[in-house]
Design a protein around this ligand. Sequence first.
Ligand SMILES: [Zn+2]
Length: 449
Amino acid sequence: MSEVTAHRAAILHCLRDPSDDKDPIAAGSVEYFEDGLLVVADGYVDRVGPAEKLLENLPSNVEVIDHGDKLIIPGLIDCHVHYPQIDIIASYGERLLDWLEKYAYPAERKFADSEHAKEVAEFFVQELLRNGTTTACVFATVHPQSVDAIFEAASKYGMRLIAGKVLMDKNCPEDLRDTPETGYEQSKQLIEKWHGRDRLSYAVTPRFAITSSEEQLREAGRLLQEYPDVYLHTHLAENEEEVAQVARQFPWSSSYLDVYERFGLVRERSVFAHCIHMHDDDRKLMARKGAAMAFCPSSNLFLGSGLFDLAAARRCGVRVGAGSDVGGGTGLNMLATLADGYKVAQLSKQCLSPFKSFYLATLGAAQALRIDSSIGNISEGKEADFLLIDPARTAITERRWRRSSDIAAKLFALTMLGQYEVVADTWLKGCRQRRAAMSDSGELVREVL
Ligand SMILES: [Zn+2]
């Protein structure tokens, strides 16, 4: 017997990229029901539409949960994040290469201890859910046990997650290195163990070109040939010093991307974080190959890396999803990440509309990760990952929400204010993950996963 539940609330989601639409709701790229009904059957979206119409045909034994005037949106997707760096988030004062040495590597060294890895992974997954992130593409560390820990934690909650062991055999601390051979073997074992299990997928994860020998990049390419449906997840052109170092280290290369391309790493399901300091030729190559960019505005501002060119990515036809890049980024909250994305666009004399922004962390991110047939919006047949947004959870969001005339203005304010407290509940495949109760004073008094 199937388990069916219906949720009544306002509902908002993207049906396709709204970038070209002046009025995305009228054009049909964004769907909005002020009084909507979402029917979930056995973890999948069964129907979505206007409540009045759908309630007519709903069997009388189906439970209808009335969420009042709160808002249902799809679960948010983080295309690039480092779970081992959650404990060094908000560390002062460096740019990328020094920041790695001073903060990231010491934090990652601790993951040799699998108990430490488990404790951090559990906290990280809970924190994602608290922030309404239901899918993430995650860096672990060089230690295979760090990958076991994050997949175990995600699997416990039934969460969709992509992760992989970092490959790193040079230009980093000795005790964080693998070799081309051990990196290959350990990755292969992890792929066999985890890829395709529950909602988990593996990503072959060279940190970036600087920390891998050519032999290691070649072995990464071999893994992709042997397992064509795994991901490739790495960094590209984040920082100018990094780009210069790559040019010195690979003198034969015509660009940073060319290094990855030489070893067969640019293809579908390749996710490149940052992509700031690059030319259109490379953007076009990424588009032709079906690779994706993770736009990480919070990190790019925090580390002073530069301004991602959204318009150029769009002009060249590259898939783009948003990423928090914690610990370079300053929070896991994708609303706050999108708020920084708007500011990056402003500094570049570009415009990031509320719906386009929303798309970058929902359907656009799912398309970048090539899982849009499963998630990314609340369309019939998709896995029911969704959030209940309650603007009344913070005084300022509630106040601003009430004074906004339409859903575009409300969504924009919600994004810019970027307060995670508004995520009242998170569902993974139809299962509620978070319950929180408010006291009479409106204070958050209980929060249990
Ligand atoms: Zn990163």
